[in-house]
Design a protein around this ligand. Structure first.
Ligand code: SER
Length: 603
């Protein structure tokens, strides 16, 4: 089965179960300051999981592109990736555990769909702890299915929160117990009678989360009024098992990349453990970097936020490329081109931003090569004797020289490096930056607090005012809202003048003073486009979307033809602008080439 067939089958199956297909959202979350990337299909749905109504209904299905960096050290094995696609189906207060589990079972085992061998499946359910009880309901449903199919009940494991709890995606938000489905991938041997978490031949393919709680900033779990289902079925892993492979990197989603790396390095995949691992890391990282760069928000390698992750992925790939002996200039772009060829039919942004991607990779490759050269000079100075942890850390910190390079070079010369000392310095530094990050990501729209909701509405007014003052070339490039302030990135080629800033502020404050109603309609994407509503039109399906408008009242109702602002948006928003207070722009600065950033508050 090909990836294309798998995506199609999944979407079709859930359509037959009354689900509406929604498009993959951007990799860069909109309005959510608690995370850098979309880490799961549920992520763009957080407002709806918390109770906002979704214009496409209460049963949704999607294939969502995701980036997860917490498993980055695991990348190099057969199944972990930083970029992956997640197939997901959702119930927003509609069906719950029973249907969710039955749908998964049917999709996986029915010969009309995946037809996977039942004897190779095992599951786990939440064992319960002081926050939430044992998931008896999920356990009962599975037991019934297993009995009916003559499968041993010992294949239903009860595991703690570490295994069987999901979310929130950020610091706060919807979460709950989950049930996970595993497939036995040691195809030479029959699957054992019981499931064992430590046995790597059991590969998790599907995770069904029963979202019953909303985690609060104080760490407590509040029951959600609306009980939801959020599932995630890993595309790469499922594709591998469907094709009898235990290595995702041997599926069609990686083969062209691995072949390219073999050609560039003159080495063979699976010839030696270290070669295999390096090739997997390169393939994974370049794919992730390509998708991050492909996003219409035009993220570039940088020292902060998403740009930092992008830089780290690219540099890590370059380092492993060096280890494999790749010498060609601009080689990352060769692999990126394979990624573009491989995925363009499903993700049109790859083609749309092709030049941007290739240039960004080439530029970063050049920069890193220079960094390495400088680092090498510095290393030479230190390499007269054994290298202290602090010196290794300085090389890393001041010259961007990776620890592994220091270790490798030292080894070549028979010198030792104080690894423990390096780790201690690194830990000190990371603790500092983690504190900074925790402070920075405090609050968030994910918690729908009153303050963030107000700032979210203010962001819509700001965009409309910017377009009035600066022109219609202004488009939103990203926003990040905490309870304290809003940060808004938009396209504009030059610094705003003081007069322009004052004019924008005045327009927003006039709209607040006029106390206009904020109304919401559900439209098809086509209708929203005709309205000239602002927002992302990347959708592949003619989905229904929510459009929030701020418009004057004429003859007793909002006259949308005269709207000040209309935006496609998930919400939530205030009901009328009068409650916002006074809008103040605190700072206007450059964010990246052609993109400006405004920080603003409400007083
Ligand atoms: N949110 C869950 C996960 O990411 C299921 O979609 O695994």
């Amino acid at each position: 089965m090909t990836a294309k067939e798998l995506r199609t089958k999944y979407l079709e199956f859930f359509q037959t179960k009354g689900h509406t297909v929604i498009s993959s959202a951007s990799l860069i979350p909109e309005n959510d300051p608690t995370v850098l990337f979309t880490t799961a299909g549920m992520h763009p749905l957080v407002p709806y999981l918390l109770g906002e109504s979704h214009p496409a209904g209460t049963r949704l299905v999607s294939v969502q592109k995701c980036i997860r960096t917490d498993d980055i050290d695991e990348v190099g094995d057969k199944t972990h990736h930083t970029f992956f696609e997640m197939m997901g189906n959702w119930s927003l207060g509609d069906y719950f555990k029973k249907e969710s589990i039955l749908y998964s079972w049917e999709f996986l085992t029915s010969p009309d769909y995946l037809g996977l061998a039942k004897e190779c499946l095992a599951v786990s359910v939440f064992a319960g702890d002081s926050d939430a009880p044992f998931d008896q309901a999920a356990d009962d449903i599975w037991a019934e299915i297993f009995r009916a199919n003559n499968l041993p009940l010992t294949r239903i494991a009860k595991l703690p929160k570490k295994n069987n709890w999901w979310g929130p995606a950020g610091l706060t938000g919807p979460c709950g117990p989950d049930t996970e489905i595993f497939y036995w991938t040691d195809f030479q041997k029959a699957a054992p009678l019981s499931f064992n978490d430590d046995n790597e031949s059991w590969v998790e393919i599907w995770n069904n989360v029963f979202m019953q709680y909303n985690k609060q900033a104080d760490g407590s779990y509040q029951p959600l009024a609306q009980k939801n289902v959020d599932t995630g079925l890993g595309l790469e892993r499922t594709l591998a098992v469907l094709n009898g492979l235990d290595d995702n990197y041997q599926t069609e989603l990686f083969v062209p990349l691995i072949s390219k790396i073999e050609e560039l390095s003159n080495q063979t995949y699976l010839s030696q453990i270290e070669v295999t691992r390096a090739m997997r890391i390169i393939a994974d990282h370049v794919k992730a970097a390509t998708f991050i760069s492909a996003d219409d928000k035009n993220i570039k390698p940088a020292n902060t936020d998403q740009g930092y992750v992008l830089r780290r992925l690219i540099r890590r790939a370059l380092r492993y490329g060096r280890q494999l002996g790749i010498e060609k200039t601009n080689w990352l772009a060769d692999i990126a081109q394979e990624v573009i060829n491989l995925y363009s039919d499903f993700y049109s942004e790859l083609e749309r931003n092709q030049n941007f991607i290739i240039n960004a990779l080439n530029e970063e490759e050049k920069k890193f090569t220079r960094t390495l050269e400088k680092g090498m000079l510095e290393f030479e100075k230190l390499a007269r004797g054994d290298i202290s942890g602090r010196d290794a850390f300085n090389l890393y910190q001041s010259y961007g020289f990776p620890w592994e390079m220091t270790a490798e070079l030292a080894k070549e010369r028979g010198l030792s490096v104080d690894q423990a000392g390096f780790a201690a310095e690194l830990k000190k530094h990371q603790d500092l930056s983690r504190t900074a990050t925790a402070g920075k990501f405090k609050g968030g729209l994910a918690d729908s607090s009153e303050k963030t909701t107000k700032l979210h509405t203010a962001a819509h007014l700001l965009l409309a005012a910017l377009r009035q003052v600066l022109g219609e070339h202004v488009a939103q490039k990203g926003s990040n809202i905490t309870a304290e302030r809003l940060r808004f990135d938009f396209s504009h080629p030059e610094k705003m003048t003081v007069e322009q800033i004052n004019a924008v502020e005045k327009i927003v404050n006039d709209v607040i003073a006029a106390d206009l109603p904020v109304t919401c309609e559900e439209l098809s994407l086509k209708e929203a486009k005709e309205r000239k509503a602002m927002g992302v039109f990347e959708s592949k399906y003619n989905e229904r979307v929510k459009v929030y408008s701020v418009a004057p009242v004429v003859a007793g109702k909002p006259n949308l033809a005269l709207a000040f602002s209309q935006e496609i948006c998930g919400g939530p928003h205030v009901k009328h602008t009068g409650v916002l207070g006074t809008f103040k722009i605190k700072k206007e600065s450059s964010s990246s080439a052609g993109v400006r950033r405004i920080k603003a508050i409400l007083e």
